[in-house]
Design a protein around this ligand. Sequence first.
Ligand code: NDP
Ligand code: 8X3
Length: 249
Amino acid sequence: MSRIALVTGATSGIGRATAIALAKQGYSIIATGRRSERLQELQQQITEVPVHTLQFDVRDRAAVSEAISSLPTEWRAIDVLVNNAGNAHGLSSIQNGALEDWDAMLDINVKGLLYVTHAVLPLMLAQKKGHIINIGSIAGKEVYANGNVYCASKFAVDAISKGMRIDLVQEGIKVSEVNPGLVETEFSEVRFKGDKARAATVYQGYEPLRAEDIADLIAFMVTRPAHVNLAEVLILPAAQASATVVHKQ
Ligand code: NDP
Ligand code: 8X3
């Protein structure tokens, strides 16, 4: 078996593009997500390396643990973990926010990332090597109006990434954080609960990043020499200057 990369949220957007990009780099892929039909499609699309799929909800602590424990021996030597699964749910002021949206964002973006990391880390510690890449956001660097809890979840990813890097440096495990700005994926459709027209307006009037742009960056990060860690990268569309400043034509 070649080097192995596990990508969460590989059924869509950044995670899917990352699985494809890492496969092109020769990584065997463990692709995870909730939508099994999409996992199967991805498995059929990637022909250059073996693909193993795991269907679970990152919020379900037992399911995460069982899925990673179920990995066949030849899939256990995970070299790269991309903690990508996540979304925004809603865009509301704190006074109008919905508790179920807050639960979803904190449970998926923060606790889900921790559950997957907790399950995968022993496999990396046993090898004394590995590379964990957490997908944060510009929303984890700057708070914007109505972003409150989504921003909090990504500030948490930022803190967790920094803490992980400190704790794991002695174990030979690299920890990196990728903080994208606006990337056109299903992200806004999920945020706006299936309202495609509203989601489309987020990406109008300028050229947003594509999922493949983030995947390229991740492929670059994991192919640096062993002594190099690109610890943190903020990646924006050329038309974006901050969380709230986007030059639209
Ligand atoms: P998408 O909506 O296209 O993809 C989200 C992925 O996360 C899907 O594969 C989805 O899989 C998975 N996911 C969501 N909830 C769960 C869950 N409970 N359990 C397991 N998997 C889950 O969005 P993006 O590709 O844009 O988002 C990927 C990451 O990038 C997120 O962490 C997001 O916060 C971050 N990000 C996105 C930006 C953007 O502008 N698009 C900018 C900055 C950061 P499934 O539904 O099949 O479970
Ligand atoms: C996604 C980017 O600006 O919608 O994290 O928060 S933004």
